[in-house]
Design a protein around this ligand. Structure first.
Ligand SMILES: NC(=O)c1ccc[n+]([C@@H]2O[C@H](COP(=O)([O-])OP(=O)(O)OC[C@H]3O[C@@H](n4cnc5c(N)ncnc54)[C@H](OP(=O)(O)O)[C@@H]3O)[C@@H](O)[C@H]2O)c1
Length: 513
């Protein structure tokens, strides 16, 4: 085999059957920004089923023609490729319909059912994907009405009906359980597709490929070789107008409970027995269940929270979080969280995993750094002491997507200088700049019924247990002075101390090359 030949696993992908997609929240931001551009690109790339319909559902009065015109304009702004292909758009647009109605009104679902019944084939009438781009408080309301209208059936034979929902899935363990319970009154767990768009990113999917399609690194992927792991997901932006939402969420609920827990699980889980949805999700659940829960009294020594004050990010002034619209001027909501977690299993016992995420950080980046143990204290290490850097492997999830291995090399010359050097793999230079949007992959998988990249009920609940154990240590305690940080910094100094107390340090995400 040519050494650069691609081994295609397309046969493990399930076939996509003709179907109807109903988008609740048709006039919303998510639909315009992500869903329609993703569906258009799938159609353009010939990935959509041979026949499909898209029905938008929202309260605003409009015709199918005016909704199509709005979507066409949105595509101009949000498509990842320009110009928009008029011929592809024309074929795509003629499959788009609009249903005006209120999600709380049973009559609206009868109208929707009537529209769907008028579609020309049984597959378009019976294979139904409901995308709930709505507030989470509407999830069970919509599911209940769909069920009553016989559009979402638990006993469908020879056809399928699925619900796709977006995080947040509850705001703590109890509310997540209530939501999960409510949904399963109307649909089987196998019909519920919970999106964490992080799992649609190529680089996140590549974590499993990197670990389990190679033999070098997995041999080192455990407590004997790894000193610690750092996972950083940072954003330069503040809450930028979403203060109302953020006041209810905070960094722990908005990022750590979902995106960071998902990345943590993929980086540290055991190999699944196959690439099917259930074995992969079983391993993630096993891993999350092994993450040590903190007692309230342990939170202060393992977790640091922070909130940004005014400052400068990339040279631009940013107002304090408390000065944002719809934010309580005395808010104690965290915009930053850093945690030291332990995984109590055979592979990772004793290896600290440091997680951090925050807003108003010096740069936007997501990366995983696996820091290996230092070489034994002889030869070079004995002479260089702490100046000799330990090996590190960095998975850059975004931007500058790629993987770097850091090791020590000799500086050329007659003297004997040592310094860290990098071996780099970059997606752009290897595969070109084309990367599909996360929503393309996720929508296609939902149509195909492949749940591997979607979050199962027990994963959500395990992740909430971890997040809740942290929150229990904060509850009722206002932020202290040393928990604030100036915008444009890597959180409060306390976050550094989480590592420096054991002689370690955060590594800043790698600069763009
Ligand atoms: N925007 C993003 O990039 C993004 C990313 C990740 C997750 N999300 C999540 O996705 C969900 C939707 O977000 P969004 O930003 O798209 O919200 P949005 O812009 O506020 O849109 C809400 C949509 O729901 C419709 N709607 C509201 N109440 C309704 C009712 N009673 N009956 C029928 N339709 C109703 C609105 O249309 P009418 O006013 O015409 O009824 C509108 O189409 C949220 O849960 C959000 O957290 C959004």
């Amino acid at each position: 085999m040519d050494e650069l030949m691609t081994c295609r696993l397309d046969h493990i992908r399930k076939a996509v059957e003709p179907c109807t997609l109903v988008i609740f929240g048709a006039s919303g931001d998510l639909t315009a920004r992500k869903l329609i551009p993703a569906l258009y690109h799938l159609a353009k790339d010939g990935q959509m089923p041979e026949d499909f319909r898209i029905v938008g559902f929202a309260r605003r009065e409009k015709s199918a023609a005016s909704w199509r015109a709005e979507l066409r304009a949105a595509l101009e702004s949000f498509s990842r490729s320009h110009p928009v292909d008029s011929a592809v758009w024309a074929g795509f647009a003629e499959r788009i319909d609009y249903c005006q109605g209120d999600m709380a009104d049973a009559a609206a679902y009868a109208k929707l059912a009537g529209m769907i019944r008028d579609f020309p084939t049984e597959a378009l009438q019976q294979n139904l994907l409901f995308y709930l781009a709505t507030s989470p408080s509407q999830f069970s309301v919509v599911a209940g009405h769909l069920h009553e209208a016989q559009l979402l059936r638990r006993d469908a034979q020879g056809c399928w009906q699925r619900l796709v929902i977006e995080k947040p899935f509850g705001h703590d363990l109890d509310s997540a359980r209530v939501l999960n319970h409510e949904l399963t009154r109307f649909a089987h767990e196998q019909q519920v597709f919970r999106i964490d768009h992080y799992l649609g990113k190529e680089t996140v999917q590549n974590i499993l490929t990197f670990r389990f399609a190679n033999s070098i690194f997995e041999r080192l992927w455990h407590r004997d070789a790894v000193d610690h792991i750092q996972i950083t997901v940072s954003e330069k932006l503040g809450v930028s107008g979403r203060g109302g939402y953020y006041e209810e969420a905070g960094a722990l609920r908005d990022m750590l409970q979902n995106h960071l827990m998902q990345v943590l699980a993929l980086v540290t889980m055991e190999p699944p027995v196959s690439l099917d949805a259930e074995p992969v999700r079983d391993e993630k659940v096993k891993l999350l269940s092994a993450v040590r829960r903190l007692q309230p009294g342990q939170v202060a020594s393992h977790v640091v929270r922070g909130q940004y004050r005014e400052g400068f990010v990339g040279g631009e002034a940013l107002a304090a979080y408390r000065a944002e619209a719809k934010v309580n001027p005395l808010s104690n909501v965290e915009t930053f969280v850093a945690a030291k977690v332990f995984i109590d299993n055979w592979r990772w016992a004793g290896v600290p995993i440091y997680l951090r995420t925050g807003k108003a950080m010096p740069l936007s980046a997501s990366e995983v750094r696996v820091q290996f143990k230092a070489p034994p204290h002889v030869l070079f290490a004995a002479q260089c002491g702490p100046l000799l850097d330990a090996n590190a492997l960095t998975l850059r999830l975004q931007p500058n997507e790629g993987i770097s291995l850091r090791f020590t090399g000799k500086v050329p010359g007659v003297g004997y200088g040592l310094r860290p050097v990098r071996m780099d793999f970059s997606y752009n230079s290897e595969f070109g700049a084309y990367t599909p949007e996360a929503y393309e992959r996720l929508l296609l998988d939902a149509i195909a019924g492949d749940a591997t990249l979607f979050i199962r009920r027990d994963e959500v609940e395990q992740a909430w247990e971890i997040a809740d154990s942290i929150r229990a240590g904060w509850d009722g305690r206002p932020l202290e002075k040393n928990e604030f940080y100036a915008a444009g910094n890597w959180g409060p100094h306390l976050a550094d101390e989480l590592l420096t107390q054991s002689g370690r340090a955060w590594r800043e995400p790698l600069p763009l090359t």
